[in-house]
Design a protein. Structure first.
Length: 505
């Protein structure tokens, strides 16, 4: 019997719904085909957006969507993507496959997509190859409601009302594809560019700085010491950083030995999970530095790219980063989202890479067909954590795996929503053992409970011939006995358990 302890009297911070955010780049078949097919397409669409994909994304309550990149953001010139589609510039997507980008999906289309999904837009601005003026004018174009050259241009393009843009990234990976800058150089550039990201008409913008790659703690130190705003600034300067991004991909073996997304052995499975669990240490390490400069935690850590990165599927364009998605990916998502929940005092947003047909996608498409991946179902099981309050929770500290790749057998996070229902999300990393769980509620009594579980062999996946091979099922066998709940979790599984509690008699 394994113990799961949830303490409803020990509450943490609110889990921002934005931790369940997504990322869609002009990369391979993510935007084109995967999301946007154009109004003339035989695939059912509304204003060019695939209806099946939009409906699936609504189903997991996507709260925020990051766009247009990624590395693409720093080669993107937003004016190429406005005005009559036929007259838009065709450019080469130099980062991703060298294919023609016809700019038919631009700012207006992205805002339409967010409106259809019901999520907030998070725009990544171009620092690497764009100018301060270009970035400033984009913000004016999107958010200014009065009379100005950019607001007038927006109106001429059919959108009279300004949009709300709550999140704006000042560049992407500027230590790499976004300009190969040093931390010190980028810190100056950040202060410069962000000055001209204006907040018009009460539109509040969270300004998100490019943060470290993986464990580059020097980058975090420099950004926090030079760009974190103190009030008042000692030298009369006026700058602000609301978020610092972090990018970390689970890519076991690195670029030379990532391995196949579907065919892998148990050692690679544990290697992958152990790499995914590294996220916890990375967040703790960067948070320690951030805490020194910002003990009030005003600057959020924004993990705006995370997920698995394996070899591209055989026969596909290497620049398109298309990979299948198995139960192994589902477990990576399960433990990573648990980690984000437990760090919700610092992690204010996260964006899985990427929404459709790229890397750890929640959706795959083929022509008019669409499938939900195991990772999609994890977002479905976890969606109740959005804006709920973190609760203290523990499981027995028992490790499994190999000498090199040791991982916890069970992994958990828990939260409580406004109606006081408790949601615990549990991952069983064991490949062969069904675990008996005894859940204790520290003096509180369970009135009722329900659970759903996603389970399968480590390489189980959905494909276009079997789109529902992996999907959650209800778990009926839960015994409630006073403060305790008894149930089982199958091997290689992600589970949600929702518990209604009442006061102790
Ligand atoms: O998500 C794919 C790429 O990974 C992004 O464009 C880039 O930011 C990162 O290196």
């Amino acid at each position: 019997m394994r113990r799961l302890i949830i303490n409803p009297d020990k509450k943490g911070e609110k889990i921002s719904r934005n931790i369940y955010g997504h990322f869609a780049e002009h990369l391979g078949r993510c935007i084109y085909e995967g999301i946007y097919v154009g109004e003339g397409s035989p695939i059912p669409n509304v204003k060019g957006m695939r209806s099946d994909v939009v409906s699936a994304l609504r189903g997991i309550k996507v709260p925020v969507l990051r766009w247009p990149g990624g590395c693409f953001a720093d080669i993107y010139h937003w004016m190429d993507g406005i005005g009559p589609a036929a007259q838009r510039k065709k450019i080469i997507n130099t980062h991703w496959g060298g294919v023609v980008e016809d700019n038919s999906f631009g700012t207006h289309e992205f805002m339409e997509l967010c409106a259809q999904i019901g999520c907030d837009p998070f725009i990544s601005g171009n620092v690497g190859s764009g100018t301060v003026r270009e970035m400033s004018e984009w913000v004016e174009y999107m958010t200014f409601g009065g009379v100005s050259p950019m607001a007038d241009l927006r109106g001429a393009n059919g959108q009279k009302e300004p949009w709300s843009v709550p999140y704006f990234g000042i560049g992407n990976e500027n230590w790499g594809c976004g300009g190969n800058m040093s931390a010190e150089y980028y810190a100056s550039i950040y202060r410069h560019y962000q000055t001209y990201v204006r907040e018009y008409d009460g539109n509040q913008i969270s300004k998100i700085a490019c943060g470290p790659n993986i464990d580059d703690y020097h980058w975090t130190e420099v950004m926090m010491s030079r760009c974190h705003s103190r009030t008042p600034h000692t030298n009369g300067a006026d700058y602000r950083m609301d978020g610092l991004s972090l990018h970390y991909y689970t890519s076991p073996g690195g670029p030379k030995d990532r391995g196949c997304a579907v065919k892998f052995d148990e050692i690679k499975y544990f290697h992958t999970l152990s790499d995914a669990l590294r996220m916890d240490k990375l967040i703790s390490g960067h948070s320690l530095i951030m805490d020194r400069y910002d003990p009030e935690k005003r600057v959020g850590l924004v993990v705006d790219e995370w997920g698995t990165w394996f070899d591209v599927a055989e026969g596909t364009n290497p620049g398109f980063l298309y990979q299948q998605n198995t139960m192994r990916d589902a477990l990576v998502a399960g433990v990573t989202l648990n980690i984000f929940n437990t760090h919700c005092d610092r992690v204010t947003m996260a964006n899985i890479a990427q929404t459709v047909n790229v890397l750890q996608a929640v959706i795959l498409t083929q022509g008019e067909q669409m499938i939900k991946t195991p990772t999609y179902h994890v977002f479905d099981l976890y969606k109740g954590h959005q804006d709920a309050q973190l609760l203290e929770s523990y499981v027995d500290d028992r490790h499994i795996g190999t000498d090199e790749y040791s991982v916890p057998e069970l992994h958990v996070s828990a939260s409580q929503d406004d109606s006081s229902a408790i949601l615990a999300t549990l991952v069983n990393l064991s490949l062969h053992d069904t675990l008996d769980i005894c859940c204790q509620l520290c003096g509180h009594q369970a009135k009722s409970a329900s659970a759903r579980v996603l389970t399968g062999k480590m390489d189980a996946h959905n494909d276009f011939d079997a789109p529902e091979r992996v999907k959650p099922r209800h778990l009926d066998e839960i015994t409630i006995s006073g403060e305790k709940l008894l149930f089982q979790i199958p091997p290689c599984a992600v589970m949600e358990i929702v518990i209604d509690i009442g006061p102790v008699e």
